[in-house]
Design a protein around this ligand. Structure first.
Ligand SMILES: C[S@@+](CC[C@H](N)C(=O)[O-])C[C@H]1O[C@@H](n2cnc3c(N)ncnc32)[C@H](O)[C@@H]1O
Length: 267
């Protein structure tokens, strides 16, 4: 990777940490840590750790006698995670092929990464492989779009103004909302005692404009969709009207969302 590519990744990861972590992701870390039942002294792996919000929560619970590792394929995400956190081992790699020893962890956690894995069943199998017998798994994914109306409205707007590829790019994080399919995925991969709990949360962005702009300029390009500047301006103008019915507080912009946390154990 060239220096300028890494620098661009670090800038994107800093933007993710500054906007999306407080707006969307931070609130789920304590819930996932609770679901995994993290105890002092445990060895824990966070898969798809991003800038490390969950790994930090886990590290505070596992304490100085524990050991926490965070894994992500993005060097930029890992660089920002390193700058923010001491005492976590950061590993570059993909969930489908964890560069880690068998039975090395007491718990494996992951939030909002599974939907982006190319082979989800293989990734869950890998999580089981690195778990010690009896070890716990806790994985969070977003609920279906139909249960998160603010994002559903944004997807509808994108479909109308920018077409299917742009709309599909924003649908991607919400494709694992079907509880039955999720349960089958984890059971088929060999996870025992699978349970799924749905939790309510609240998104909090500075404004509708900043939320949609971050999706158009930050998220869509990650998914390979670059919109022309004219279209971005047009969508941003229309977004105020399209999303405001679903906003519970205007400034900062707050709306409800929900996520599933899948728990299970290595038999
Ligand atoms: C929405 S972010 C979530 C990051 C973090 N867990 C959080 O809550 O802020 C999704 C993360 O999944 C990572 N990711 C994508 N494909 C992956 C794969 N195959 N294996 C592991 N991580 C992956 C991305 O690099 C990104 O950091």
């Amino acid at each position: 990777m060239t220096d300028s590519t890494l620098q661009a990744q670090i800038e994107a990861a800093n933007a993710y940490e500054a906007l999306f972590v407080p707006a969307l992701f931070g609130q789920w870390a304590p819930k996932v840590a609770d679901a995994a039942g993290i105890q002092p002294g445990q060895r824990v792996l966070d898969v798809a750790c991003g800038t490390g919000v969950l790994a930090r929560e886990i590290a505070s619970r596992a304490g100085s006698t524990g050991h926490v590792a965070g894994l992500d394929p993005s060097p930029g995400m890992l660089e920002v995670a390193k700058q923010l956190t001491l005492g976590v081992e950061w590993r570059e790699g993909v969930a489908e092929s964890l560069p880690l020893a068998d039975q090395a962890f007491d718990a494996v956690v992951s939030q909002f990464g599974l939907m982006f894995f190319t082979d989800r069943r293989q990734a869950v199998r890998e999580m089981l492989r690195v778990l010690a017998p009896g070890g716990r798994l806790a994985v969070a994914v977003w609920d279906s779009l139909e249960n998160i109306p603010a994002y559903a409205a944004e997807v509808t707007l994108l479909e109308r103004v920018a077409g299917r590829p742009a709309a599909d790019a924003l649908r991607a994080p919400f494709v694992l909302g079907d509880q039955h399919a999720l349960e089958v995925l984890f059971r088929d991969a060999g996870v025992g005692s699978v349970e799924i709990a749905t939790h309510r949360g609240t998104a909090q962005f500075p404004s509708i404009h900043s939320m949609v702009e971050a999706d158009l300029r930050g998220w869509l390009p990650v998914m390979g969709v670059m919109l022309p500047e004219e279209q971005i301006k047009w969508i941003l103008e229309e977004a105020e009207q399209a999303l405001s019915p679903y906003v519970s507080e205007p400034a900062p912009t707050m709306f409800h969302l929900s996520a599933h946390i899948v728990t299970g154990a290595k038999p």
